[in-house]
Design a binder for this molecule. Structure first.
Ligand code: SF4
Length: 362
């Protein structure tokens, strides 16, 4: 299949690994930002095939994992209301809140539904004016354009019974927060290709320059990742710190301007709390003033809910790359994909789930 088989060719992978061995003269630590990249690296064993000294640190790019616990609790509080139809992508249903999850709430009779597009939620609201339809808008810059379009569509239809619980986060401020951490070991980044397909890479250029780190926009197939790693190591060995684009088949410097325009029209940049990491300034999106009528947090008065993480979960250290899942005492025993204690074990993009499904043991 085009764009799949050609990016999984073992002979090319061996060539890239050989080139990497020849280029790398000293240890380097790179972070892949996206959970999808982590999943490919771990599932294919690429991180274990790299030449000695080249270490991959798994970053915070799993949107399910970084959605704050208190937002899950707010989702649960809204979904439990009898007048509400709560609509979400499927990966949020098993994310544990403080006392339960959306799937358990659904089993107890709450009207919780899974959709594949936020537009399905808009259509549902139009079809059921007797119900309050709330869409759980989670994700990075990748899902924000479609969610923005859903709000614009609901506004055009003047739907009074549609709203969104928004938890959008932005990648560049997270990279900056990681680099600002005093114990940061990351020397180069593989930026998430799909995020850059929307946003382009101009936001990364001042980061590369200020922190002197190479940033390579990278895809998700095994050869994408090997080539992205090789490009980053070449920069490090040459003393360069630039933004390069490995994912040229999908990403342009300015991204998708129509998608960016939709985001800018519907959302504004705000501070966000990242699960396991904490507050990061200007790292999220919230509904712009023109669209606050669609803000489910305001409509249902759940703004005051606060939550405390499970004491055993070290997700924060894992999401910032200072620990790996097998360092966690609960990994594979008390915490498994069937019994997750923290979000990184729930999502297929979560680092803990990726390690578990690849059979990695403590
Ligand atoms: S293994 Fe489970 S408890 Fe441990 S860090 Fe991962 S999600 Fe949290």
């Amino acid at each position: 299949m085009k764009y799949l088989d050609e990016y999984r060719d073992p002979a090319v992978a061996r060539t890239l690994l050989h080139q990497l061995t020849q280029v790398a003269t000293t240890p380097w630590a790179l972070m892949e930002v996206c959970g999808g990249q982590t999943h490919t690296l771990v599932r294919q064993g690429i991180d274990e095939l790299l030449p000695a000294g080249i270490r991959m640190i798994h970053g915070p790019g799993c949107p399910v994992c970084v959605t704050p616990l208190e937002l899950i609790d707010k989702a649960l509080a809204i979904a439990a209301r009898p007048e509400v139809t709560f609509v979400s992508f499927g990966d949020m249903l098993r994310v544990p809140g403080t006392s339960t999850d959306l799937l358990a709430l659904k089993a107890r009779g709450a009207d919780v539904r899974v959709v594949y597009s936020p537009m399905d939620a808009v259509r549902l609201a139009a079809a059921r004016p007797d119900r309050q339809v709330v869409f759980f808008a989670v994700g990075f810059e990748t899902t924000a354009p479609a969610n923005a379009m859903a709000v614009l569509h609901a506004a055009a239809l003047e739907l009074p019974n549609f709203s969104m619980l928004v938890s959008h986060v932005l990648v560049p401020p997270a990279i900056t927060a990681i680099l600002d951490a005093p114990d940061c070991e990351v020397q180069g980044f593989l930026a998430a290709g799909h995020v850059c397909a929307v946003m382009g890479w101009t936001e990364y250029e001042p980061i590369a320059e200020r922190y002197r780190v190479p940033i390579v926009v990278t895809g998700f197939e095994p050869l994408d990742l090997l080539e992205g790693i090789l490009m980053a190591v070449r920069q490090l060995e040459a003393g360069r710190a630039e933004v390069e684009n490995q994912y040229a088949r999908a990403v342009y410097r300015d991204g998708n301007t129509a998608a960016r325009d939709a985001i800018q029209r519907v959302f504004h940049v705000t501070d966000r709390t990242w699960r396991g990491i904490g507050a990061i300034p200007t790292s999220g999106l919230a509904l712009a003033a023109e669209f606050t009528d669609y803000d489910a947090e305001r409509r249902f008065g759940v703004g005051a809910i606060h939550a405390v993480e499970h004491p055993e979960c070290i997700a924060g250290a894992i999401l910032t790359g200072s620990r790996v899942p097998t360092d966690c005492a609960a990994y594979g025993t008390r915490c498994t994909p069937r019994t997750p204690l923290g979000a990184p074990m729930v999502s297929t993009e979560g680092t803990c789930a990726a390690f578990f499904s690849a059979g990695r043991t403590r």
